[in-house]
Design a protein around this ligand. Structure first.
Ligand SMILES: *Cc1c(COP(=O)(O)O)cnc(C)c1O
Length: 390
């Protein structure tokens, strides 16, 4: 070996093996996925798409693509099976953010109007934050959450009727409740807007049936592959068949060059894994674990945003404790527990400090943790927080 890089990789492996990983957006991939993403496929250029697709896009721009064509087709077919869908799928986006960029590009023009949730209330940067391309290229209207932190669907309907957005977006990074895709899609249909779902966080729970599926309701669906889906770091876009050409052109040549075939290989293995009964059981266990841990915090009188959880994460509001999210994140880090600070609805502090922390159970469930382990971790976190100086 003999490179500093391998020493660092070994150090990171030890860190991952020895800490308690509660970052809601992280997970641990299988050895097979690691092998695929570390393979010779990284050497191959393959701009374009595998076949003369129904979407009318031309094929590849380089020779030598026979094998990767087969691979990418296989990957797409598997993901359609995973979600039981005839939607078109594009597996080339390099990340969740790239998937969102391409999704917007496929159906919107700069200056068009998006109705979405704000970062403070649990959405992602790419949902219209002013510091992100989404907030710079599009007109953004944010819908509200109610006093408990749940999305106020009447407010969504009211804003949709008044503002006539071109696209309505549902999906979040720090939201612990079921998203009402039915109601969102009704509202979008009523005002003639595209309905887009960003299921980056919950995609694995859609697979296991622990969260309702957006397929059949949304026009476009984006996701990451590395969160609850437990695949390699990357993104995907699904769309109604009639949007296939628009989506493919938006990804390439719209905003990307050559796809990462080693990552597409990892995505295909993630799909094979998602098709197993073990993965369905995994999703159920993630949610059971999350409810158990969240319940332990509620029993210890912590303030949980929305008062509980339906999925793989929850948000502790630390306002009453007098501690910032950052202080708690840093102190837990010193005790080998990894999570992240997070803004809470109606946040008074800067995002650098924040008044809450986000807790997720997807990663440690992969390591085999059950309810009792998460309850014990909650008690340990409570003891650490109590000892912190105010
Ligand atoms: C994580 C996330 C993304 C972005 O994913 P990256 O791969 O980090 O770019 C997009 N949308 C939501 C809702 C997310 O949670």
């Amino acid at each position: 070996m003999g490179s500093k890089v391998f020493d660092l990789i070994e150090k990171e492996r030890k860190r991952q093996d020895s800490t308690v990983e509660l970052i809601a957006s992280e997970n641990f991939v299988s050895e097979n996925i690691l092998r695929a993403v570390g393979s010779c496929l990284t050497n191959k250029y393959s701009e374009g798409y595998p076949v003369e697709r129904a979407s009318g896009n031309r094929g590849r721009y380089y020779g030598g693509c026979e094998v990767v064509n087969e691979l990418e087709e296989y990957c797409c077919d598997l993901w359609k099976q995973v979600f039981h869908t005839d939607y078109h799928v594009n597996v080339q986006p390099h990340s969740g953010s790239s998937a969102n960029l391409a999704a917007y590009l496929s159906v919107l023009k700069p200056g068009d109007k998006i109705l979405s949730m704000s970062l403070n209330n649990g959405a992602h940067l790419t949902h219209g934050s002013p510091v992100n391309f989404s907030g710079k290229l599009y007109q953004i209207i944010f819908y509200d959450v109610d006093a408990s932190g749940r999305i106020d669907m009447d407010n969504v309907a009211e804003l949709a009727r008044r503002e006539k957005p071109d696209l309505i977006l549902a999906g979040a990074s720090a939201y612990s409740r079921i998203l009402d895709f039915e109601r969102f899609s009704q509202i979008a249909r009523e005002v003639g807007a595209y309905f887009m779902v960003d299921m980056a966080h919950i995609a694995g729970l859609v697979v296991s049936g622990d969260h309702p599926s957006p397929f059949g309701l949304a026009d476009i669906i984006t996701t990451t592959t590395h969160k609850t889906l437990r695949g390699p770091r990357g993104g995907m876009i699904f769309g109604r068949p009639e949007l296939a050409k628009k989506i493919d052109s938006a990804v390439f040549p719209g905003c990307q060059g050559g796809p990462l075939q080693h990552i597409i290989a990892g995505k295909a293995i993630a799909a094979e894994e998602a098709l197993t009964p073990e993965f369905v059981e995994y999703g159920h266990q993630v949610v059971r674990n999350c409810k158990a841990m969240c319940g332990a915090f509620l029993d210890m009188d912590y303030h949980v945003i929305t008062g509980g959880t339906d999925n793989h994460l929850f948000l502790l509001d630390l306002t009453d404790t007098g501690l910032t999210g950052k202080a708690v994140q840093d102190e837990l880090d010193r005790h080998g527990i990894t999570l992240n600070k997070n803004c809470v609805p109606n946040e008074k502090r800067s995002p650098q400090l924040a008044s809450g922390v986000r807790v997720g159970t997807a990663a440690m469930t992969t390591k085999g943790w059950k309810e009792a382990d998460f309850i014990e971790a909650a008690k340990k976190i409570d003891r650490i927080i109590r000892q912190m100086p105010r």
